[in-house]
Design a protein around this ligand. Sequence first.
Ligand code: M6R
Length: 353
Amino acid sequence: GKSGYDHYMLKEIHEQPTALRQCLRGRVDELEGDISLESLADLEQSGPVQFVACGTSYHAALYGAALCREHGVRATASIASEYTTDRVPVDEDTLVVGVTQSGETADTLRALREASRAGGRTLAVTNTVGSSITRVCDHALYIRAGPEIGVAATKTFASQQLALTLLAASLSNTSSHREIESLRAVPDQVQTVLDTSQAKAIAEEFVNADAFFFIGRGLAYPVALEGALKFKEITYEHAEGFAAGELKHGPLALVTKDTPVFAIVTGDGKRARKTISNIKEVEARDAPVIVVTDGESEAERYADHVLEIPATDERGATVLANVQLQLVSYWVANLLGRSIDKPRNLAKSVTVE
Ligand code: M6R
């Protein structure tokens, strides 16, 4: 059942600390500074890595590919239904990673089957033991999020983020004590976000807006895309996610005083400073700005509202920022009386191409 929550989605959002602890259990060793992924012990990867997925899992794939590149591993992410429209772009050095919560998504299964047939090595990153994808792929990495009933993917996305963080570190053989320490802190920090979030008040303030925009750069870019997907899926309102730097190349024309912009700003580095410049661009068009931030940069100075997250590194921060955006979507959908657990026209598992 829903354990007292009005919707499975809200229950599953609140299950994230537990889901994330399960994902990490036995896989990180703080003392040794090691990450070990049981199922990948015999996977030596030196060639390129291609992530393939759909929907929310595609956003996780973008996130995983960006993380790999930060670790010095060549990596790309593709939408599964676009992956094999031309020739299958693999050779025997390529590792193709299918990211799929259900393990049953037709487009993803097809892409992995074709990659395998073309001689690529294959890995499934999935929540579902014994799912079709695990039979198609050479290896499997389980995200261990537990069952997800709501059509909107919530805890499975967070668990994909963490599992892909482990994968990137493991493929590159690089993990530091600091990195592991901050990884292990994420579940408690998610709990802090759940306990303190002002997302409901933000939802009340902006429920009648014309459209909702989400921006981020670096690891926050796929989270901006995910924030917008979740939003349109359960509120039925117009929402778009953009790389923060892309606004001025077109989308800025849509920005008005009736289009709140959610900006994810983490840390105080170059990325944060650039995103703050992008925030100034939308402020100049009178758009309300809600920053999701750890308070490390000056972002709050340019914001009308703040959704705060605990300070941590960029990886952890983008998990936490996503939780804030999940809650905003949930509360807007709730205020609008939408069918949150079963949005119109959508299915939990998409088994047709
Ligand atoms: O089971 P999968 O992760 O392969 O599903 C892929 C998408 O259909 C899925 O992520 C979908 O976008 C979400 N349920 C949206 O919340």
